[in-house]
Design a protein around this ligand. Structure first.
Ligand code: GLN
Length: 252
């Protein structure tokens, strides 16, 4: 078995180590004896979605998002078809915003792909925090880091998780990210997948099943270190005293 992973515009959208998500996908396949091929699609290059199983769209500044959007508008229909046919997508922060209808920055409106009926609007106060979620996709809490000026309104879409710590989509909705078919959109950098191997395995399992039919449960891996790191973050930030201190500091 083999999966092909497309990394869209790594020369523009690769904030806070988003590339680590690709490494994690590759490694967790390799540890199970499954081949992986990564195609980096640089700005200006063509994407052949018919040859891809998973796509990563990372985060970027407003300026970089604007440049990415120029390319994305050209591949919009093919990207939509890929999603509707069950293609796997992980879109982080700026990439997540671009899946929606638009992102209104302080100066202009950046048109998105419109794959999801969501939109984002910039507000002057940036939302910067470590974050912890409870996601329907994983038994363990999902941990990460967020840093965004945009607020994302997901309407009737299902969120990626409920915020246990951090800000999430809008600071007040209590929701983070979005899930649609085999798409995960999220504000969580960090990168997301090495910190949350269960989410990585959901993407891999679904991509393998789309390509090969039922493949059975993926072989479990020795994730002891990852679990300990996850527990430590949850203990640190979900400890009542810490949360109070953080809230107070933000208030001051
Ligand atoms: N430019 C977007 C925002 O600030 C996305 C930032 C990011 O990808 N970290 O909302």
């Amino acid at each position: 078995m083999k999966l092909k992973i497309g990394h869209l515009y790594p020369d523009l959208l690769n904030l806070y180590g988003d590339q680590g998500n690709i490494r994690c996908l590759q490694k967790r396949l390799a540890w199970r004896g499954i081949e992986a091929e990564v195609r980096q699609v640089l700005w200006g290059e063509q994407v052949d979605f018919s040859d891809l199983d998973l796509v990563l769209l990372g985060g970027g500044s407003d300026r970089e998002q604007k440049l990415a959007c120029m390319q994305l508008s050209r591949i919009r229909e093919k990207f939509c078809r890929f999603v509707e046919e069950g293609g796997g997508v992980l879109a982080v922060c700026g990439g997540y915003q671009l899946l929606g209808r638009y992102y209104q920055t302080s100066r202009e409106r950046i048109e998105g792909l419109g794959i999801l009926d969501i939109y984002s609007e910039w507000e002057p106060r940036r939302l910067v925090s470590n974050s912890i979620l409870k996601s329907p996709l994983a038994a363990a809490p999902v941990v990460g880091f967020e840093n965004h000026g945009g607020r994302t309104y997901i309407g009737k879409h299902e969120p990626f998780g409920r915020v246990l710590f951090g800000y999430g989509n809008t600071r007040s909705s209590g929701q983070e990210g979005v899930i649609y078919r085999n798409v995960i959109g999220t504000y969580l950098h960090g990168p997301l997948l090495p910190k949350n191997p269960q989410i990585c395995d959901v993407l891999l399992q679904r991509a393998l099943e789309r390509k090969y039919g039922p493949v059975g449960k993926l072989q479990s891996l020795a994730d002891g270190l990852e679990r300990r790191a996850n527990d430590m973050i949850v203990e640190r930030y979900c400890d009542g005293a810490y949360v109070m201190r953080e809230r107070l500091q933000r208030f001051l």
